[in-house]
Design a protein around this ligand. Structure first.
Ligand SMILES: Cc1ncc(C[n+]2csc(CCOP(=O)(O)OP(=O)(O)O)c2C)c(N)n1
Ligand SMILES: [Mg+2]
Length: 268
């Protein structure tokens, strides 16, 4: 278990790795990777048990997951440089055939959550105690497929399914609140029958507590699936990327990357 202070230091380093690997690749998604790295770090480094499954439904943010896996010793740091290269295990979206530690191959928005639900239902039928965690985006939440799972997981009483919504208010070509607002998002999921927690998504104490609460709800015999709405900042940690839609899906130049890394190292 890492303390919040240790996690703050670790994620500072992981943010620099995200920038470096996307720069080396010459393409990728810095904004949505930087918004979810704090959540992924707490989940993988502190919370998840060996047989739990994690599915990155917003698959384009996979550089953040590769960084965490590397920190855990599951990927060599050197291999991060192969992001998006032909024949690399580290594709621009998760490829579970090449890299089985990834819970599913994802990238088409909405699909990962359906897979997560299917696995959670399988665990339940087989009476396995393991949990399924799934990270979705707020732009992704505009997909009809997300709402099919929102509707069906409570019916199957999937208390072993914990979904985290990276609520950064950015999507590919604008602010979610302009393109197609999803608020009031907690009310919507609650009304579908989910247990909903609402937290600031870069506050380590709060993220740790949310996952502990989610685990307790399940262990105490809760019957509802759980949604953690994490209020995050797209591009978090690099001032000129924060809340800037342009940084959704472009790679920095080497010069800009150097500035970004300098800033992360200085401020965190
Ligand atoms: C079905 C589908 N349509 C379009 C895309 C292209 N696409 C990739 S990322 C993205 C926006 C995602 O926004 P959000 O879920 O908010 O991600 P984040 O802000 O966390 O990067 C889109 C439309 C896709 N991957 N899948
Ligand atoms: Mg978003």
């Amino acid at each position: 278990m890492y303390t919040p202070q240790e996690l703050r230091n670790i994620t500072k380093e992981l943010r620099t790795w995200i920038i470096e690997m996307i720069t080396e690749a010459g393409s990728g998604h810095p904004g949505g990777s930087l918004s979810c790295i704090d959540i992924l770090s707490v989940l993988w480094l502190n919370e998840m048990k060996e047989k739990d499954r994690f599915i990155l439904s917003k698959g384009h943010a996979v550089p953040a997951l590769y960084a965490v896996l590397s920190k855990m010793g599951l990927l060599a740091k050197e291999e991060l440089k192969t992001l998006r290269k032909i024949n690399s295990r580290l594709q621009g979206h998760p490829d579970r055939v090449r890299l089985p530690v990834l819970g599913a191959s994802t990238g088409s928005m909405g699909q990962g959550l359906s897979v997560a639900q299917g696995i959670a239902l399988g665990f339940k039928i087989d009476k396995k105690p393991d949990s399924v965690f799934c990270l979705i985006g707020d732009g992704e939440s505009q997909e009809g497929q997300i709402w099919e799972t929102a509707l069906s997981a409570p019916k199957f009483k999937l208390s072993n399914l914990c979904v985290i919504l990276d609520n950064n208010n950015g999507q590919i070509d604008g602010y979610v609140s302009d393109v197609m607002p999803i608020e009031p998002i907690t009310d919507k999921w609650r009304s579908f029958g989910w247990h909903v927690l609402d937290i600031p998504g870069h506050d380590f104490e709060k993220i740790i507590k949310a996952f502990q609460d989610a685990r307790q709800l399940k262990e105490n015999g809760g019957t509802k699936p759980i949604l953690i709405v994490a209020r995050t900042i797209k591009g978090k940690g690099v001032s000129f990327m924060e809340n800037q839609i342009d940084w959704h899906g472009i790679a920095p130049t080497k010069e800009v990357a150097r500035k970004a890394v300098e800033e992360i190292e200085k401020n965190g």
